[in-house]
Design a binder for this molecule. Structure first.
Ligand SMILES: NC(=O)c1ccc[n+]([C@@H]2O[C@H](COP(=O)([O-])OP(=O)(O)OC[C@H]3O[C@@H](n4cnc5c(N)ncnc54)[C@H](OP(=O)(O)O)[C@@H]3O)[C@@H](O)[C@H]2O)c1
Length: 338
């Protein structure tokens, strides 16, 4: 289908600027030669919206290291041309993180050059749309569980609390945990989404707005572990309510970037606080995690979680809604489509 496909002189992308005219972003025409160089050129099929994309696109967070850049930290599509022996025309591939929309042009573009070292082959069992339904969010949820299990987490130890539960990472984490045999509990600021969280498998749903956190260095230990998308006072509270030897995977800061706690949970309960940096994960781990996400760790509710699909022109509205906490689940960005 792709053989001999000509790349148009110009095509659509969603580009982010910050210059003497200020921060701005929107749809533009670009040519391949203007974009970051790379050995592999991709016809982009799908991208997605992550919290980091919303920060980058609105200028609310310092994500881009240089300007202008095309946004989009996730991309999936077919190889059009390759100067690297590992990749051939027609290959279905994906990249998450790896500097996309940070140090090089990202996935919100019809065509894109990629560094061959960053590319992961689409694993058997996922199509391109499903790969982007997972995207950085799904990869992050899986990385959290991988790190927790490396630190001894087991389903029989007890429930795992997921915070920021209605977000992309949160919903995928609940579904993934449930599918992997864990009991997942959810903490949300959108308690009205109780039914959706329960449908994903959450055995218990807590309302963040009425949560009593207590003030003691050690509170009653209720969960065997946690995946935290929120940070700040929620992460501080988690350190005080996790059972002995339990793991907290700290992946997000949707609620703030501070952490106030004491050493007591670490030296009296031997809890582990695990840092998660999905974008810079080493290549063997990325490959292995994508294989798991296509197989035993595939979130059973992937299609329901990623029901929202938009085009490049819709991105500003999605970014605003996401930063004000109004989105739920994953939003796919259709570029070339299937
Ligand atoms: N470390 C990494 O490698 C990595 C990778 C991916 C994502 N992340 C981070 O993980 C977090 C979640 O990402 P995402 O893509 O899932 O974003 P998202 O879809 O916007 O989800 C964030 C969720 O956090 C909760 N939330 C939002 N604002 C909040 C506030 N002010 N206080 C407390 N909770 C709030 C909301 O859930 P409820 O209403 O249900 O509480 C929201 O749905 C972000 O901070 C993102 O930057 C980190």
């Amino acid at each position: 289908m792709l053989h001999g496909m000509a790349i148009p002189n110009t095509f659509r992308c969603f580009r982010i600027h910050n210059d003497d005219r200020g921060h701005r972003s929107g749809i533009e025409e670009a040519s391949l030669g203007e974009l970051s160089p790379g050995e592999v050129t991709l016809a982009v099929a799908w991208s997605s919206v992550n919290y980091k994309d919303a920060l980058a696109g609105t200028g609310n967070g310092r994500i881009l290291r240089s300007f202008p850049l095309v946004g989009g930290i996730d991309v999936a599509g077919h190889v059009l041309r390759s100067r690297d022996g590992r990749w051939r025309e027609g290959d279905a591939v994906l990249v998450t993180g790896c500097g996309l929309s940070e140090t090089r042009d990202g996935g919100y573009s019809q065509y894109l050059n990629l560094d061959a070292d960053d590319i992961v082959a689409l694993p058997d069992g996922l199509d391109l749309r499903q790969a982007m339904a997972l995207g950085t969010a799904g990869f992050t949820a899986a990385l959290c569980l991988l790190r927790m299990e490396h630190n001894g987490q087991k389903p029989e130890a007890g429930p795992i609390l997921v915070t920021g539960a209605t977000g992309g990472v949160g919903m995928l984490a609940i579904s993934l945990l449930t599918g992997a045999g864990y009991q997942a509990h959810a903490l949300t600021g959108k308690f009205e989404r109780l039914d959706e969280l329960t449908a994903l498998g959450a055995a218990s749903v807590l309302d963040r707005r009425t949560l009593t956190m207590g003030m003691r260095p050690l509170e009653s230990a209720r969960w065997a572990g946690a995946i935290d998308c929120v940070g700040d006072e929620i992460l501080g509270w988690l350190t005080r309510v996790i059972q002995p030897r339990g793991n907290i995977a700290a992946c997000g800061m949707a609620g703030g970037n501070e952490l106030h706690t004491t050493v007591m949970p670490f030296i009296l309960r031997a809890i582990n606080l695990l840092g998660i940096a999905a974008g810079s994960t080493d290549y063997p781990t990325r490959q292995a995690l994508w294989q798991r996400l296509a197989g035993p760790w595939r979130p059973p509710h992937l299609e329901q979680i990623a029901a929202n699909e938009v085009g490049l022109e819709d991105l500003p509205g999605v970014f605003e809604a996401m930063l004000s906490g109004k989105t739920t689940g994953r939003t796919l960005v259709r570029i070339g489509g299937d």
